[in-house]
Design a protein around this ligand. Structure first.
Ligand code: PMP
Length: 389
């Protein structure tokens, strides 16, 4: 065998396959709740008004496409840092622009791997399916902790805390900052406080994945848990994405932030991140960051972005409330946050819904609440309840 003969065929990405299946379904009543992007009530994933205007401005003011450097757009990173951590945040927090939240998670995992072989990362179950491949490729050993109980639709907080008590000083804990994917079950304020206390007492390092800030309860409340654990910890990492809250998914726009123990240490860590970036993407794609910076620097565009984000968040909450009101068995959906929720369906029941009703969702029972329109919520609820009987 030469080179490519040695490779094994890979399973197709099931969610991407699902999108294709849904598109090919001719039934006008079909419902696609598989895809993981925001949709408006017409089923579109719109370009936000402020983003469109900022793109026009960029087209006018940009005079060069020359290289920008491995850090990316530092002003963009600074503006996002203020949204994540608040103005006047800890000066030992530094960040660099990354290709989306994926790039941030990957470079964060690489930094952990580079720091030392015995550091482990504790990962809640279930979690976003790309977490393990991103972290595993970097070579950081993973320890699972139980996060969510499918039977009760609640966070199994006792089990989570019990697992985390097995973490050693310097171990990393992966946490979803808000809008947990795939469950929608977010830690409440008391639970965040308990984790912050544990992190501080044991010298653990939070690694917060903040991919949906603004789509749960709003920009500020969605950052509260992240701020709490980062403040409590001596050192921390935050993988941030603008891809959902600016609706610029394909522009691959995010940041990795780290909190170090001292300015000197922050500088060393930052230097390592720059070195790692050079070995992967050299420098991040500019367009999304430039657009987000223009939006954030212009008070009118910023206000309009905020208004549209607030509308998106309100739509998510409205569909959740409608589902919760449809039946007591769906009531838990009303108390969750973000676009995703899990239905207590078996893979066979999920396939059954596809065949009988043209409802497309992941085999795990995860569905995107804004895949539903005001017209399809009741139909969806009725079909799901029938399948659950
Ligand atoms: N973290 C979570 C929990 C996500 O759901 C996603 C995207 N689906 C990401 C990170 C990565 O986001 P991005 O598209 O910005 O890479």
């Amino acid at each position: 065998p030469l080179l490519f003969d040695r490779l094994e065929a890979q399973p197709a990405d099931s969610l991407i396959a699902l999108i294709a299946l849904a598109e090919a379904d001719p039934r006008p009543t079909k419902i696609d709740v598989g895809v993981g992007v925001y949709r408006d009530s017409d089923g579109n994933t719109p370009i936000l008004r402020a983003v469109k205007k900022a793109e026009r401005i960029l087209e006018q003011v940009q005079t060069t496409k020359s290289y920008i450097g491995s850090q990316g757009d530092a002003r963009f990173t600074q503006l996002i840092g203020e949204i994540v951590f608040g103005p006047n945040h800890d000066p030992n927090i530094v960040g660099l622009q990354t290709p989306g939240g994926c790039g941030a998670l990957r470079i964060g995992a690489d930094l952990i791997a580079r720091a030392g072989g015995d550091i482990r990362i504790f990962v809640g179950q279930p979690t976003w399916p790309n977490h393990a491949p991103l972290i595993g490729t970097a070579g950081v050993p993973m320890v699972d902790y139980r996060y969510y109980d499918r039977a009760t639709h609640r966070i199994d907080f006792d089990a989570m805390m019990e697992s985390l008590k097995g973490a050693r000083r310097g171990d990393v804990v992966l946490l979803h900052g808000c809008c947990h994917n795939p469950t929608g079950a977010d830690l409440d304020a008391d639970q965040w406080r308990a984790i912050a206390d544990l992190v501080a007492a044991r010298g653990l390092i939070p690694f917060v994945d903040l991919a949906y800030q603004g789509l749960g309860n709003g920009l500020e409340p969605d950052a509260a848990g992240t701020r709490l654990v980062v403040q409590a910890a001596e050192q921390a990492l935050v993988a941030q994405s603008c891809d959902k809250n600016f609706g610029i998914y394909r522009e691959r726009t995010g940041n990795l932030f780290i909190k170090a123990s001292s300015p000197a240490q922050a500088e060393v860590a930052f230097g390592n991140l720059i070195g790692l970036a050079r070995t992967m993407w050299s420098m991040p794609p500019d367009h999304g960051a430039a657009v987000a910076r223009i939006v954030l620097e212009d008070p009118d565009l910023r206000a309009d972005w905020h208004a549209e984000l607030t509308d998106m968040c309100a739509r998510i909450r409205r569909i959740r409330a409608r589902l919760a009101a449809a039946d007591p068995r769906l009531a838990y959906i009303g108390g969750e946050h973000g676009m995703f929720s899990m239905l207590p369906l078996t893979p066979d029941q999920v396939i059954g819904l596809r065949a009988s009703h043209g409802i497309y969702m992941a085999p795990s029972g995860r569905f995107n609440v804004v895949g539903l329109s005001d017209d399809s919520v009741d139909r969806f609820a009725a079909a799901v309840l029938e399948a659950m009987d």
